[in-house]
Design a binder for this molecule. Structure first.
Ligand code: F6R
Length: 596
């Protein structure tokens, strides 16, 4: 029980609507589950338990609201089978009707309970002696995604796990076997792991593991060693992980740069691209894919690549991309961006590209994650574990990684050595410049608190500034629940201006570049409608009045977005604190979205 609870605490940031555990003791399955956080589950647990086998889960609701009934683990009617499930069973309604006709009754609204009852049904049909077989046969009837762990009351010391689209990692200990959806939960116990692939099932006992496919063909899967530190998640004196991770950005930047700057040729190099210069030069286009903040960082990264390397580059939502039957072109290099490396839509886009013969690299933070393994090549972000649900340091590190990549491609093409040298100097100065901004946290706190009382906000910018506007708006709405929209500054007059009034502040990203005068005109248009303006810029003075001006240091234009971003992170954080929000675990969200 303590192992399960420690694991759930480590993984809680990935889903926190409800939590539960099932313990297998003798021939009895005891289930404890509770709507709410892991701490609430703790209050209903027995002081101790003799059980040595169990499963646990924290939920991010897909089917059915967060409630005690909908929490996992689920039991079938007879209490024979307990199951935890990540993913979505798409044909659950159909299977449920079939099982109801046989007399099964359901306690919850979840697709996961349907799978539990189906496994119990298959087990009984086949004479109750082969849990793995019952799981395999059930999964053959199921459409959708799953990472599951199953216990049977008549199967002491046995657990069956399976994967299709949602991660399952087996940890091999000393006469102990562990399972988790993320290596973070395994590192206190073992470094020896086996990553299940889609379509694989494993039968586990304390000292054995047998992996097979759904047709029962046994696979020989050697264990690999995970090379990650024990990511004990402590706040390090900060009040929230969000704040801690904002503060960690200088160190995180040092890590993403380390070993990747080539001062001899004024370029960047990467250990894991697995492409030589000739192959790289064969690509005529770059397409980046991601979701949420990863998509926003990919959009800014695409601009960096296109501007510097003069190679056409754009970014697209991974989910949209995979469903629009994209044309995959051998001369396009695809890049999947994902902090967790587990985002289902991004993983599915990678698989679609590879299925059509395209070449895809991963830009990923979590080492050994599904997207990293699926791509087999790419750039690790080395930002360290990001626990807060919203991305901060991984966003910054993605921008830095993509800037390095832009430099690398740029130097193969048009960028002169001297310009490469200037970018390298700017990259090396970046961690200290970000630190200077972090040292001004109190100033940004005042701004965040000041605008916390508004119900809505706009964020505008041009080119990369528009990307930052999107990120600023997403951060603010995610953690403070203030409605925030982002627009290219030029778009305001085409509609959104209708909502500008004294109660609608606009955050304007205004770098000191060729477009500064255009952004100043946008500011005038907003102020003429009495809209409060908060400008995030670089010039010593803007030459026009704004309600709040935040000046950030200059870098190379390629890297300016990183510095302009930092105040936006602080503003969202402090607005959320002022509004009493749970910043680290915003409502309705989860850190890693392994479902569609
Ligand atoms: C926003 C945020 C999300 C993620 C998105 C993709 O703060 O964190 O929008 O960026 O869910 O996640 P990854 O990067 O893990 O693929």
């Amino acid at each position: 029980m303590p192992v399960l609870m420690e694991g759930l605490s480590r993984l809680e940031y990935r889903g926190y609507d409800s939590a539960g555990i099932a313990l297998l003791r003798g021939k009895k399955l005891d289930v404890f589950k509770r709507c709410g956080r892991v701490a609430q589950l703790q209050t209903i647990l027995p002081k101790r338990s003799a059980a040595v086998c169990g499963i646990g889960h924290t939920r991010w609701a897909t089917h059915g609201e967060p409630s005690d009934e909908n929490a996992h683990p689920h039991l079938d009617n007879a209490g024979e089978i307990a199951l935890v499930h990540n993913g979505i069973i798409e044909n659950a309604a159909e299977i449920k009707t079939f099982l109801e006709q046989l007399g099964h009754v359901f306690q919850s609204e979840t697709d996961s309970e349907v799978l539990t009852v189906l496994i119990a049904h298959e087990l009984r049909e086949a004479g109750d002696h082969d849990l793995t077989g019952a799981v395999r046969r059930s999964l053959l009837r199921v459409a959708g995604t799953y990472g599951i762990a199953v216990l049977g009351k008549d199967f002491p010391d046995e657990m069956v796990v399976a994967r299709n689209g949602s991660p399952v990692i087996i940890g091999i200990g000393d006469r102990e076997t562990f399972v988790a959806s993320d290596a973070t939960a395994l590192v206190p116990y073992t470094r020896q792991v086996i990553y299940l692939e889609d379509g694989e099932v494993a039968r586990l006992t304390p000292s054995t593991h047998e992996v097979q496919d759904l047709q029962a063909v046994v696979a020989d899967k050697p264990a690999s060693t995970i090379d990650i530190e024990d990511m004990l998640v402590d706040l390090g004196g900060h009040e929230h992980f969000t704040r801690k991770e904002i503060f960690e950005q200088p160190e995180a930047l040092l890590r993403v740069l380390r070993g990747r700057v080539d001062q001899r040729f004024n370029t960047a190099h990467f250990g894991g691209l697995n492409l030589d210069a000739r192959q790289m030069m064969g690509f005529h286009r770059i397409k980046l894919l991601g979701c949420g903040s990863a998509l926003i960082s990919a959009t800014i990264g695409a601009s960096m690549i296109e501007r510097l390397a003069r190679l056409p580059a754009d970014a697209e939502s991974a989910a949209e991309f995979r469903y629009r039957n994209p044309i995959i072109d051998q001369t396009t290099l695809y890049i999947a961006v994902s902090q967790s490396g587990e985002t289902h839509d991004t993983l599915a886009a990678v698989q679609e590209i590879q299925r059509k013969g395209g070449h895809v690299l991963g830009v990923v933070n979590v080492v050994g994650s599904s997207i990293a393994r699926q791509c087999g090549a790419g750039i690790y972000l080395h930002a360290g574990p990001e626990i807060a649900v919203v991305s901060t340091k991984t966003f910054t590190n993605t921008l830095a990684a993509l800037a390095l990549f832009a430099l690398y491609i740029g130097r193969m093409r048009d960028v002169a050595p001297a310009e490469g040298g200037r970018i390298i100097e700017a990259l090396q100065a970046l961690p200290a410049q970000v630190q200077q901004l972090i040292d001004r946290a109190d100033e940004f706190e005042v701004v965040g608190r000041q605008y916390a009382e508004y119900d809505r906000a706009y964020f505008v910018g041009r080119c990369e500034g528009y990307g930052l506007a999107q990120e600023g708006a997403l951060k603010l709405k995610e953690i403070s629940y203030i409605h925030a929209d982002a627009y290219p500054a030029s778009e305001l007059k085409h509609g959104p201006l209708a909502l500008i009034d004294a109660r609608t502040p606009t955050f304007v990203i205004i770098p000191d570049d060729d477009l500064q005068s255009k952004n100043l005109s946008t500011i005038s248009e907003i102020r003429a409608r009495k809209g409060p303006v908060i400008a995030i810029g670089q010039a010593a003075t803007l030459g026009t009045e704004v309600d709040t001006y935040v000046q950030v240091p200059r870098s190379h234009p390629l890297l300016d977005p990183i510095l302009l971003l930092i105040p936006l992170q602080f503003i969202a954080y402090h607005a959320a604190i002022a509004r009493g929000c749970d910043v680290d675990k915003p409502r309705n969200l989860a850190k890693s979205v392994t479902v569609e």
